[in-house]
Design a protein around this ligand. Structure first.
Ligand code: TXA
Ligand code: MG
Length: 315
């Protein structure tokens, strides 16, 4: 786009929603919170608008985007649902679950959204700001996380401003996001596959479907699964119980650290704080980051997934 744009942050409310809807109608992209992370939303039926998302993020064009819709009926106009997909949608929508489903032949979705794949990633978000925007503009919205490609995801409006300031015009601010990690991505089966761990634990999905989930194949099926992702601008060391003098330690539970994801060892609280803690560590004076061990059960699997990728330096 046009680095040097004047980026405005507006508090959530009717005036902000109608301004955001008008911007979407003009083909612009707008940063808006969801229950997971802030998204960079544009009209998914308008290829020019979608191209604007890729440009603002500096995202490689092979990486397809998630489509957000207000309800299951709207999702069914875009994707083919079988019984299993419907069961998942009814159990977890609105909420932080994305389904990768065959795209309908008559779906009005820009080809750039799916990057030419025959499937589409789709979800019904639970946040009042994203729901309000979807209803105000009456269009499905493509929205990846509102950060420059490969860098730390935003859970606050200030994170978006830090990453995309000058590259977008409007940020809708509705405070910190609740879940703090991107949605769980599932490709229903058989066998159902976990493409990205997230706030809805794989165990809970497997229990609902009464079948174990297969891991994603070796092919990069969800390109968000690139080895280096969510990366801060500094080296990051995992499973640290003590620090070197030049490290900023992100603690968990009894490993106190300079910052602590959850003093009581609560994984849900830790997930909600993770990206904020990485942003703070990135801005701290010390040149290296260390992170305390995190248990792998429940949402801990998703936290560990993000940390593992954040620890791989970008090319
Ligand atoms: O929580 C979220 O999902 C956030 C908020 C804004 O909704 N969005 C988000 O979008 O994380 P994004 O674009 O950063 O992640 C999209 C992921 C990527 O890993 C992408 O490769 C995968 O979804 N994806 C999209 N379409 C796909 C498809 N047809 N098949 C497989 N993976 C797909
Ligand atoms: Mg992202």
């Amino acid at each position: 786009p046009n680095p040097g744009l004047d980026t405005r942050t507006l508090p959530y409310g009717d005036a902000a929603l109608s301004e955001a809807a008008a911007a979407i109608a003009r083909g612009e992209c707008v940063a808006v919170p969801t229950e997971t992370v802030y998204g960079l939303a544009a009209d998914a039926t308008d290829s020019r608008a979608v191209a604007g998302i890729y440009a603002a993020k500096g995202r490689p064009s092979f990486n397809p985007l998630i489509v957000h819709v207000p309800d299951i009926e709207a999702a069914q106009r875009i994707a083919e649902f079988d019984a299993e997909a419907l069961k998942l949608a009814e159990a977890f929508w609105p909420g932080p679950l994305t389904l990768v489903l065959p795209v309908r032949a008559d779906a009005e979705i820009a080809g750039l959204v799916t990057a030419g794949l025959s499937t589409v990633a789709i979800r019904v978000p639970a946040h009042r700001a994203m729901q309000g925007l979807l209803r105000a503009c009456g269009k499905p919205l493509a929205a990846p996380s509102a950060n420059a490609s490969g860098s730390i995801s935003p859970t606050r409006a200030a994170h978006v401003a830090r990453s995309l300031g000058g590259r977008i015009r409007l940020i809708l601010d509705d405070g910190p996001t609740e879940a703090g990690l991107e949605s769980t991505i599932i490709a229903p089966g058989p066998p159902p596959r976990l493409l990205r761990p997230g706030p809805i634990a794989a165990e809970d999905i497997a229990a609902l479907l009464q079948t174990p989930l297969a891991a994603a194949g070796d092919a990069i099926e969800a390109p968000g699964q690139l080895a280096s992702h969510y990366a801060p601008g500094k080296p990051l060391r995992l499973n640290a119980r003590a620090t070197q003098p030049d490290e900023w330690l992100i603690g968990f539970g009894a490993v106190r650290g300079d910052d602590n994801l959850s003093a009581t060892g609560d994984l849900i609280e830790a997930a909600a704080r993770l990206f904020d803690a990485l942003h703070r560590a990135d801005m701290a004076e010390r040149p290296r980051i260390a992170v305390a061990p995190i248990p792998h059960h429940g949402i801990g699997a998703a936290i560990s997934d993000r940390l593992k990728r954040a620890a791989v330096p970008p090319d």
